[in-house]
Design a protein around this ligand. Structure first.
Ligand code: SF4
Length: 472
């Protein structure tokens, strides 16, 4: 079920579908100088997309694209910043607002190739993904000249390429933007002259078929006597799930992830688990867009499942992120790993760009949010943004269980999710709380988390029908 809920993400990951950002590069847009006109055009394209207008895309890159439109708007916002609801309205070229971020500073960048072995396996993945093999499309992922040193055991003689020009899916029964012309996972020619010199899927295939040393069917039979699909993200793989995972540092369906950690944050949570980055917006290095795009491409070719913009908080750097992705050439899912304290303008720009929202939903009421994160409109803002995210991409909702906040936050939050988002969402219950940053100044937060608290939250979620749970 988790795979179905994250279907679009997995399809892009497997190169069977264009990422939303690559699609945005192909959608033509009108260009204006006036911000109001830019927004009008943006809204028009969004509603055209909602109405299915761009099911068939031309293969030529327009002079000015939907992605260019987003970039132009974001660059205007940067000069009078309203990326988050704090709406500091400062010109970030010259000054900083609450977040303290001026130009993007990257605190660290992480891509652990070892996370690929094993990557991820699934018992019924191929069966569930009902790609119609008769699609007559010519998909185009532009040529990348990046040298790929990734070593796979690829023995494939396949000549299938992702080459030439994008997409026209003429089969109404299939999803649009499918970029495979076979019903199997695309194989890439391992020839160094290949325009798409990508071994990633071969590696995926190898792992997919051979490397899992656990009988995943057996796992299915060994499921608990309820219908929950719980992934436990630890090194003891394949415990309760139809997915066999390598549990390393990130939500299991997402690894190996190319994580880019931006310094600075729009919130100041007293218990911040990443405070070295979030409260020090100058902590790190400046990387130019071209170099970062090169790394994103290179890591994709080396096996990354996604590019994962995180922090701190990525939001103050939205224009930089959009511009960087414009320079990438590979088809890669974009993960927006965020506190979701974002302005409606930012949510609008992310719509049609982000493939998967990896969100933090921290509180279940405004009182705790105000006391511990300093914002009074938490539930309205973050809640509404979750509704938008769910309607515009795939989503994993992450909830860090806080000590002494089960009854006031975790339980009401789960109620809120069920009431507003339904039970068909992926929920990541995080039990890694540590009393970092200023937590020791708060009696309730200075304690360590008890495992029975986490179990209570999971049991409550299951009792309400939330069965797609990742535990990290
Ligand atoms: S991102 Fe938010 S906190 Fe930072 S300057 Fe912009 S509006 Fe202010």
């Amino acid at each position: 079920m988790i795979e179905k809920l994250l279907n679009d993400y997995f399809m892009v990951n497997l190169n069977k579908k264009l990422s939303l950002s690559n699609r945005a590069k192909l959608i033509p847009s009108k260009n204006y100088n006036e911000i109001n006109l830019l927004w009008k055009e943006h809204q028009k394209i969004q509603s055209d997309l909602d109405n299915g207008k761009y099911k068939c895309l031309n293969d030529s890159i327009p002079d000015f694209s939907y992605l260019d439109l987003k970039i132009k708007i974001a660059n205007k916002i940067f000069k009078e910043c309203i990326f988050c609801p704090r709406k500091c309205k400062v010109d970030r070229n010259n000054e900083t607002g609450f977040c303290g971020v001026r130009n993007p500073i990257i605190a660290s960048e992480l891509f652990n190739q070892n996370e690929t072995l094993p990557i991820m396996f699934k018992t019924d993945y191929n069966i569930n993904y009902n790609i119609n093999s008769n699609i007559n499309n010519n998909s185009n992922i532009n040529n990348s000249n990046i040298n790929n040193n990734f070593n796979t055991n690829n023995n494939s003689n396949s000549n299938s390429t992702i080459d030439s020009n994008i997409i026209c899916n003429t089969n109404p029964n299939t999803d649009f933007n499918i970029i495979s012309n076979s019903d199997s996972i695309t194989d890439y020619n391992n020839n160094s002259n290949n325009s798409f010199n990508n071994n990633y899927n071969n590696n995926f295939n190898d792992n997919f078929n051979n490397s899992c040393n656990v009988d995943s069917k057996k796992d299915l039979n060994n499921k608990d006597n309820n219908n929950s699909n719980i992934l436990e993200n630890n090194n003891n793989n394949c415990k309760k799930s139809s997915l066999c995972i390598a549990g390393l540092n990130e939500e299991s369906p997402l690894i190996p992830s190319h994580k880019i950690f931006f310094s600075g944050c729009t919130l100041r949570c007293a218990f911040c688990q990443n405070y070295e980055i979030s409260i020090n917006p100058k902590n790190g290095i400046s990387i130019n867009k071209k170099d970062l795009a090169f790394k994103i491409n290179n890591n994709r070719l080396a096996g990354s499942s996604n590019v994962n913009f995180v922090g701190g908080e990525p939001t103050p750097n939205l224009n930089f992120i959009l511009e960087t992705i414009k320079l990438t050439k590979e088809n890669i899912p974009i993960i927006y790993n965020s506190n979701m304290y974002l302005s409606t303008e930012t949510m609008s720009l992310l719509n049609g760009f982000v493939d998967l929202y990896l969100t933090d939903f921290k509180f279940g009421n405004n009182k705790c949010a105000s006391r511990l994160s300093g914002v009074s409109d938490y539930m309205e803002t973050v809640g509404n943004n979750h509704k938008i995210a769910l309607s515009s991409g795939n989503i994993i909702i992450r909830h860090l269980v806080l000590p002494n906040h089960i009854e006031c936050c975790s339980i009401p939050l789960i109620d809120w999710i069920v009431e507003n988002l339904g039970v068909d969402v992926v929920l990541d219950i995080v039990d890694k709380y540590k009393p970092f940053y200023k937590a020791n100044q708060y009696q309730d937060l200075s304690k360590t988390l008890k495992s029975k608290d986490v179990e209570r939250v999971i049991d409550y979620a299951k009792s309400l029908g939330l069965n797609n749970i990742i535990k990290t």
